[in-house]
Design a protein around this ligand. Structure first.
Ligand code: ADP
Ligand code: ZN
Length: 614
């Protein structure tokens, strides 16, 4: 005899195969699904691309009633519903962008039990109307997506998420599953408390994203460096470029376009129509580069983002990991690239110092920045450091980050640090003056310029005592001292000042090991393309040309239906079709990503594309 749980487990696998067209569950998807199907609460932490959606979509189909999915991503609900509709799942959403008629249709479908999933914005759940609506239907489970939005210290805090603790009080019998891709153990505890998920079982996946290559390079001419990266390694690939300010988003997008890269801007200063249009194009068209502030990206589940580049330093490791995590959801090789320099440290320290909020808030910001700086300055494997930060120590060096691929040299920078710190000390003590990094470096290099002579700084005892290092190296010294808190920046002009820890270095109680600044930024010229071009290069010539034809067919079909190309099929599925070259519907149905609905809808067209001799 089959026990009820076995029956359910096999139901889940059946749903996975027939609806989604996948052979097997990944990681602990199966365990999460079994737990939720059986009525348990769950808190799921999986990196981006790990496969969180199926953790609630499969239970939604196996359990009786409608799964209510809470998501802050109103702009993406349509795409999520389209993707489900494409595999034959009955889904709808309610949010403020809808007209009355569309809303009514979804509400009626919900009450009649004709939906499998209903997407809601958190603010909607707070309204009486929606609560009464939910009471009229049958809820199978609640899924709370992007659950880290409930964390007040986090970077995506949404006040409406705090009210979600009421789900449990109002519908105590309905299981809840909260999901997020970002959380240190402290944030995880906070999520559990605030959402009243204290009884929930925690499922924590490895945070590693082995297909992403992490690289942090010294910033010289960031736009040119970026262009070189795109030309040498990611020609024609889709990617995201993050900048700190709206102005630099606009300038960078213009620069890329002027240099023949198809790029679009995205930031909160653009009107909402332009913003929505640019996001739509990025999702729907192949190979666009989105230049954006961090206002862009949450919930963007475009699977084939081949690179994420940062032209400015992110404010925290959490932010950095979440932003870079948008690359390579499909598991194919991708790049996370960050250009970082002295000016970033000065700017961010200054921003914290002058920010509103109490001391505790500023301390919190500083702690986050320090962790980010430590990642930038490390001479260890970047991935090992990232995973340790997320509470996963003990992994081996990855072989797929810049420090593994070209181990940085270190040097004993104690004497250099002393020279610099004593310059700052002398300016302060002997002259009661404070200056920025550039001027202090000029003093050490013994430069004769107007400012030096105006202030008579050629009379300082440290004038000209630092000619053994190049200017770039001195800037590196300042940067690393700032990163380690051995030096501070102050005020609107970002002038340098000593910290308590500086004294230890000056008194030789502490040595300082530094990363060597490269002579010039390593050229990526020799680097191989890593994006879509690699997919084709790895296929045989025949399969490569099939893949291109399938992509063209997919592009045309997507356009016709007004959905993103990946809603039709992912690159990985097309690649498999091109390699296997199936000749019947039965053969085609065995390929990962081809479920019953898509087989019925696109099977014949694909076989025609395959049979067509070019
Ligand atoms: P997340 O929400 O965790 O970022 P998604 O749910 O978007 O990740 O899944 C990432 C990708 O992996 C999607 O393209 C999805 O279709 C695919 N995927 C998820 N689970 C499986 C599986 N068991 N087998 C094959 N592909 C899967
Ligand atoms: Zn590494």
């Amino acid at each position: 005899m089959v026990s009820p749980t076995e029956l359910r487990a096999s139901d889940a696998l059946d749903v996975l195969r027939r609806v989604f067209g996948y052979d097997a569950f990944r990681g602990f998807q199966q365990e999460v699904i079994d737990h939720v199907v059986a009525g348990g609460d769950a808190l799921v932490l999986m990196p981006t691309g790990g496969g969180k959606s199926l953790c609630y979509q499969v239970p939604a189909l196996v359990r009786d009633g409608v799964a209510v999915v809470v998501s802050p991503l109103i702009a993406l609900m349509q795409d999520q519903v389209d993707a489900l509709t494409a595999v034959g799942v009955r889904a709808g959403f309610l949010n403020s962008t809808q007209d009355y008629a569309a809303r009514r249709t979804v509400e009626q479908a919900f009450v009649a039990g004709e939906l499998d999933l209903l997407y809601l914005a958190p603010e909607a759940l707070g309204t009486r109307g929606v609560q009464q609506l939910l009471d009229r239907g049958r809820i199978g489970l609640f899924a709370i997506d992007e659950a880290h939005c409930v964390s007040q210290w986090g970077h995506d805090f949404r006040p409406d998420y705090l009210a979600l603790s009421m789900l449990h009080e109002r519908w105590p019998a309905v299981p809840r599953i909260a999901l997020t891709a970002t959380a240190t153990s402290a944030t995880r505890a906070e999520i559990a408390t605030r959402l009243q998920l204290t009884e929930a079982k925690h499922f924590v996946a490895s945070f590693d994203r082995p297909n992403i290559q992490y690289r942090i390079v010294p910033k010289k001419e960031p736009r040119k460096q970026l262009l070189a990266l795109l030309r040498d390694e990611h020609p024609g690939d889709a990617g995201i470029v993050y900048c700190l300010s709206r102005a630099s988003v606009d300038k960078t997008a213009e620069f890329l376009v002027a240099n023949g890269v198809a790029a679009l801007p995205y930031h909160a200063g653009l009107d909402s129509v332009t913003r929505a249009a640019n996001q739509q194009r990025f999702l729907r068209e192949d190979g666009l580069v989105m230049v954006a502030t961090i206002a862009f990206g949450m919930g963007i589940d475009k699977p084939d983002v081949r690179f994420v580049a940062h032209l400015d330093l992110p404010k925290s490791v959490e932010g950095y990991y979440q932003e870079t995590g948008r690359a390579g959801r499909d598991g194919l090789p991708s790049t996370a690239w960050l250009a970082y320099g002295l000016q970033d440290v000065v700017q961010q320290r200054k921003m914290i110092e002058t920010s509103d909020g109490d001391l505790a808030h500023r301390r919190n910001l500083a702690t986050h920045l320090d962790a980010m700086l430590a990642l930038c300055e490390t001479v260890r494997c970047r991935r090992v450091q990232l995973l340790e930060y997320f509470g996963q120590p003990g992994t081996a060096d990855c072989g797929n980050c810049d420090t593994c691929l070209t181990p940085p040299e270190t040097w004993d920078g104690t004497v250099a640090a002393q020279k610099l710190l004593s310059t700052v000390y002398r300016l302060d003590r002997e002259r009661n003056q404070r200056f920025g990094a550039g001027h202090c470096v000029d003093i050490l290099l013994g430069k004769q310029n107007d400012k030096i002579s105006q202030y008579g700084h050629d009379a300082l005892s440290t004038f000209g005592i630092g000619t053994e290092l190049r200017e770039a190296e001195w800037r590196g010294v300042v940067r690393q001292l700032l990163a380690e808190g051995l030096l501070a920046v102050e005020g609107d002009y970002g002038t340098l000042a000593l910290t308590e820890a500086s004294a230890d270095v000056l008194a030789r109680r502490r040595t300082v090991t530094m990363r060597r600044e490269p002579e010039k930024v390593a050229s990526t010229r020799s680097a191989k393309p890593r994006g879509a071009a690699t997919v084709v290069a790895e296929l045989s010539p025949a399969a490569g040309s099939l893949f291109e034809r399938l992509r063209a067919w997919r592009g045309a079909t997507a356009k016709e239906q007004g959905v993103p190309a990946y809603v039709i099929f992912h690159d990985a599925t097309l690649r498999q079709i091109a390699t296997d070259s199936p000749t019947s519907l039965a053969e085609l149905s065995r390929i990962s990503g081809v479920g019953e609905n898509k087989l019925a809808k696109y099977g014949e067209s694909i076989l025609t594309v395959l049979a067509d001799q070019p």
